[in-house]
Design a protein around this ligand. Structure first.
Ligand code: DGL
Length: 264
């Protein structure tokens, strides 16, 4: 069982920021990634629609024989994590709880900002999880719908990115947050610009690293970490192959993409 791959899905390419960290922390593990590009974005869709897509994506990955699942999409994690956990008895991590744990450890002022897609912010999962961890935490949430298309288009810096960042994040700066959760797997690509806007006093929390740490300890406890000698396999499936896919995907992953198989 331990030689089976880890399954990861996202609405598109953003989840490759989690894959990048997974390949760094657990280089022996095989990975099957599914990016639901044909139905992206999830972040502006209804909860029931996101739940349906998330169920289908999980079923697809289960057919590939995965031993564990990473929901590398905040919109899916917010809308469907509990549902998927009830439905499928395999080890599963979302990107929400690990980022919350990290933010609770790192905030000193107790003022935490959360940014994400409209679906993630409206679900209030981050606020609830932060307050469960510490009832005195003040949480300031802001949806940033234009960040995903900016990243997909590769406009990571320069005038347009700066103006959009300033528009969305000024209210959070005014609240004097000291910690900001990047609650969308696309946002780490805007990290430098966002950090530049806030300056060094605000710590940015990217869910990739704490999510992979949580997965690793989960797999270790269940004796599912791969300790054999076979080379790790890495497969990417998507529901469509847009024109700029390779270029954008490589920026998320930080290395050349393996061959991509499109499933309908
Ligand atoms: N990667 C998705 C997330 O983390 C954002 C893109 C989308 O809206 O589908 O929420």
């Amino acid at each position: 069982m331990s030689s089976q791959p880890i399954g990861i899905f996202d609405s598109g390419l953003g989840g490759l920021t989690v894959v990048r960290e997974l390949r760094r922390q657990l280089p022996n593990e095989s990975i099957v990634y599914f990016g639901d590009i044909a139905r992206l974005p999830y972040g502006t869709k209804s909860r029931s629609q996101i739940q349906r897509f998330s169920l289908e994506n999980t079923q697809f990955l289960l057919q590939k024989g995965i031993k564990a699942l990473v929901i590398a999409c905040n919109s899916s994690s917010s809308a469907a994590f509990q549902l998927l956990k009830r439905r499928f008895p395999i080890p599963m991590v979302s990107v929400v709880e690990p980022a919350v744990g990290e933010a609770l450890q790192r905030t000193k002022a107790g003022k935490v900002g959360v940014i994400g897609t409209p679906a993630t912010i409206e679900s209030r999962v981050y606020e609830e999880a932060l307050r469960r961890g510490n009832s005195r935490i003040e949480v300031f949430a802001q949806s940033c719908p234009l960040f995903v298309p900016l990243v997909e288009e590769g406009w990571l810096n320069g005038g347009v990115a700066e103006r959009v960042i300033q528009k969305y994040l000024t209210p959070l700066a005014e609240k004097k947050i000291d910690t900001l959760i990047l609650g969308c797997t696309h946002y780490p690509l805007l990290r430098e610009e966002i950090q530049g806007f806030f300056g060094p006093k605000v710590q940015l929390i990217d869910s990739a690293s704490p999510t992979v740490k949580q997965l690793a300890s989960f797999l270790e406890r269940k004796k599912l970490l791969y300790e054999g000698r076979k080379n790790a396999r890495f497969q990417i499936f998507t529901s469509d192959l847009p024109r700029n896919f390779i270029h954008v995907g490589e920026r998320f992953l930080g290395e050349p993409l393996p061959p991509i198989k499109v499933v309908r």
